[in-house]
Design a protein around this ligand. Sequence first.
Ligand code: SF4
Ligand code: SF4
Length: 642
Amino acid sequence: GGGAGRGVGGGGVDVEAAAWEAEEMVKALRGIDGVLDVRVVEDPAAQRTVWKIREDGSGLATRSVDGVLSWPGWEDAAVPPRNLGAYLRDFHRLLDQFGLKGVVYGHFGEGCLHVRLDFNLQSDDGVAHFRRFMAEAAKLVVAHGGTLSGEHGDGRARSEHLPTMYSDELIRAFGRFKAIWDPRGRLNPGVIVDPAGVADDLRMRHRWRTPRVELALREDGGELGRAVHRCVGVARCRTGSGGVMCPSYRATRDEKDSTRGRARVLQEMLLGETVTKGWKSPEVAEALDLCLSCKGCKIDCPVGVDMASYKSEYLYQRYKHRLRPASHYSMGWLPRLARIAAKAPRVVNWVASSKITSGLVKRMGGIAPQRRIPAFARRPFTEVFDQGLRQEPLPEKSVLLWPDTFTNYFAPAIGQAAVRVLRAAGFDVLLPSRPVCCGLTWLSTGQLKAARRKLRHALRTVAPVVSAGVPMLVLEPSCAALFRSDATELLPDDADARMLADNTYTLAELLAKFAPDWEVPKAKEGEQAALQVHCHQHAVMGAGPDAALLRATGAATTVLDAGCCGLAGNFGFERGHYEVSRKVAEQGVLPALAAQPPGTAVVADGFSCRTQFEQLAGIRSRHLAEVLAARLDLESTQAQRL
Ligand code: SF4
Ligand code: SF4
């Protein structure tokens, strides 16, 4: 069987009276057959969560449980509240009769129901079926003393059926009244007084194209059309704060730079009527250019529009067998270049930073001139790692530490800090037996075939160890997110990809799951920490364990909810993106950091976030591993003194 939730809002100025009313309601509801549980939600944060479900209702209802798309049309009928029960029963009978399904939500107290139904709008028969249903539903709601549109307007969806509700005389009166103000019929033609048929201009009748795609798009049956039509247009992506979605819109305030704007342009591209050149359409290039691939929409959009994936697919299709922008080589091939640079890091760093040569390097690499190229470490982490039990027979409590490119070649101290923490928590640390890369930078620049090759090689390297029961720790959040989520989009049939998705952890997750009794090193008295959650971590893993771990150290911890840092991997380094990258940071996270009490430790696991803070505001931030390792060092120094 299935279950459904229902929220009932109560309020009033008198808290005691409201509490009493709530209690009475709980008692009454508990007595009703079929009610499984009733809870009163008093905590404001929990109330916000409940309301978010309600606010996202229209988005959540866009597809039925079995994944079939649902559409508006009959989404706003209302009846007098006393008739609601009878109407609902008849309405469900009507749905059964027409073989339709939908989740009903909305304002039951007012007798107004929202619902999206799984009409088939892509065939002539389906559209005829839709028309018949609309006519019958109109008769039904009127028979129950109701109205076709309870809360919103009649518009094109319901004008044709207004005569079911109003007399001909009244409709004619509407027409005469409108003609006084609009004698030439220019305002909103085809609506209410001279209605067009409900199915006359259905966009879905022109079936979208189904180009072959390289990513699996598993949630959408491999169909880009279904994926981009997730967007229902409720515009949560046009908010100015909270969550991550959508940083580019927050920076430019231009619809085309919002998730919705991009989804619409891709929809048009697939329909081919106004955006006509397919993947080569300039409108598509323009709409996707400022997408940071932050994955914010993947989690913050109520229907999980995943624009970062669509952008990867676009970049793949657009540049397949063609010369790519320079940044796709300089930053897309970063892991490969980093391996070469590691042979002579001092020379490379000099060339990349010297006034004489850095301009040329940036020009050749498609890098924004305002950016400083991060310096390569003298020795990669994999070289300085004290080998310990590297690939020895597996001890009971081992962890495989993934040497991501950023930790390995730019910040080996983070890898060493992680080893220090892991050993203190009782783990033996293993490294992969050969150089590896998850393919992240190839994925984000749309070089999907190369990304798949890198990933497959990585999986074959680590799978034997992980399948023997050793969890894998990934310190860089975007690489962790790749294993947890993107890997199965790149290699949907690969058993190792699925296995790694289930066995890859962030540091905080790993410690919480495999070392729950470890005594976390304590923070100094009065220590404050501000946690910047990397966007990909926000979207895929969440940062609950990170915040819990920091709090367990005793540090007063604030999780910054100020959005993306604006750098987002290659995005902020690419020529032409600097201003938007900077603006994103200046509108969200930099003011949030500035508002922290002096001396607050800034914790940021993402290489991008740390680089952005440092380059734009001179703020030093540290990986969680470094914070914990520093405390361990402090504790052992203090112990030695005693
Ligand atoms: S992309 Fe924006 S408008 Fe579309 S469903 Fe998501 S939040 Fe709503
Ligand atoms: S990936 Fe980020 S920038 Fe791109 S559309 Fe989604 S939220 Fe906006």
